[in-house]
Design a protein around this ligand. Structure first.
Ligand code: NAP
Length: 339
């Protein structure tokens, strides 16, 4: 569980990496980054047009353009049973050799008041953000950890992409938070379960804070004003910065990786039974962070209560944001205004 600082725990030169959600935002940045480290990369998303464009960037970023190989596969990760056939195609493209790294990035956030929004929104958010990664994890771990799978010294890596919202759920993300929280529970469980297999497979989970991505621009269209008030002042990182920060954590051998100061604070404040990156630092900070909450949490609740006093019932103001969003609606989050 503990990281050592001297060794690169995720050498990528010559390895094959599959990334979901690789046609935009953080996933696309992560794909460029792993290509620059010498990896062969398989991009996964739905839009062929965006995948073609990402492929061009990968070739430009490659460490060894003459020998590295790049490929894309299209799928909708929210569909049941998508992962096993997708992995079969990926392995066939990889000359029938097992993949080395699978990084689940595909996800999307559609903020709203949980009570006002139809419950179907939480289901579709769960389908993409939880099941999209869980299906992939189940399929790849069955390949890597099967009774006939080779036992090799060099580890395989499964990487989940959650959100800081799994560590500090915030008003306005009710339809989204549960999926990212469920990913945390799954990753923490798998960290234990993988110990019973002879194969060497590592699981990691990334908790990004705000990323200035196309997805972020979309989520801002329906974000309740009170959510913006709570988030005011939170720095928005570029997809490249978040991908770099995530990769640094992976190279250090960390299990749980936060990519911004706020994320580090939230992680220390909610360690519970999660695996530790560094026993000394994590334990020390876990003792200190509750002192910060003495001041921070009343501030958050104070803002929410003040907003409620001046704005009345959410049903009176929520509709305007939703109508604005309808013109730019992502089919994957296609839900009506009410049940
Ligand atoms: N943006 C933030 O502020 C933020 C903060 C914390 C965590 N995160 C998480 O970080 C990850 C990346 O976020 P981002 O904002 O960089 O994403 P983004 O810009 O919205 O890009 C999302 C990627 O996922 C793909 N995708 C979406 N739905 C899909 C589906 N049903 N099947 C297959 N692919 C799908 C998209 O491609 P297609 O549309 O072509 O399929 C695209 O490549 C997500 O898991 C997100 O939840 C984001």
């Amino acid at each position: 569980m503990g990281a050592s600082w001297s060794k690169n725990h995720l050498p990528l030169d010559g390895k094959t990496v599959l990334i979901t959600g690789a046609s935009d935002g953080m996933g696309r940045a992560a794909a460029r980054l792993v290509a620059s480290k010498g990896a062969n990369v398989i991009l996964v998303a739905r839009s062929v047009e965006k995948l073609e464009a990402a492929l061009v960037e990968l070739k430009a970023a490659a460490l060894r353009p003459d020998t590295q190989r790049f490929h894309y596969l299209t799928t909708d990760v929210s569909k049941p049973d998508y992962a096993a056939p997708l992995l079969a195609s990926a392995v066939a493209w990889n000359d029938d050799k097992p993949l080395d790294v699978v990084w689940c990035v595909a996800g999307t956030s559609r903020p709203d008041f949980w009570i006002e929004a139809p419950l179907s929104l939480t289901r579709t958010q769960m389908d993409i953000n939880f099941w999209g990664s869980a299906e992939m994890a189940h399929a790849i771990l069955r390949l890597w950890c099967g009774a006939d799978a080779p036992v090799v010294p060099e580890p395989k890596h499964l990487i989940f992409t959650s959100s800081v919202l799994a560590l500090f759920p915030c008003i306005g993300y009710g339809p989204y938070n549960p999926a990212k929280g469920a990913l945390r529970a799954l990753a923490d469980t798998l960290a234990q379960e993988l110990e019973v297999y002879p194969q060497n497979v590592k699981v990691h989970i990334i908790y990004p804070a705000s990323i200035g991505s196309p997805g972020f621009a979309r989520e801002n269209m329906t974000k309740p004003e009170i959510t913006r008030i709570i988030e005011e002042g939170d720095p928005v990182s570029t997809p490249d910065a978040v991908a770099s920060s995530a990769l640094r954590g992976l190279e250090s051998g960390d299990y749980a990786i936060t990519t911004a100061l706020l994320g580090h604070v939230f992680r220390w404040g909610s360690l519970g039974g999660s695996p530790r990156n560094n026993w000394l630092l994590d334990t020390l900070m876990a003792c200190l962070i509750p002192l910060i909450w003495i001041f921070a949490l009343p501030d958050v609740y104070g803002k929410i209560r003040k907003y409620a006093r001046s704005h009345g019932h959410p049903s009176t103001y929520r509709g305007k944001a939703i109508e604005g969003f309808a013109e730019h609606q992502d089919p994957a989050t296609d839900v009506g205004k009410s049940d």
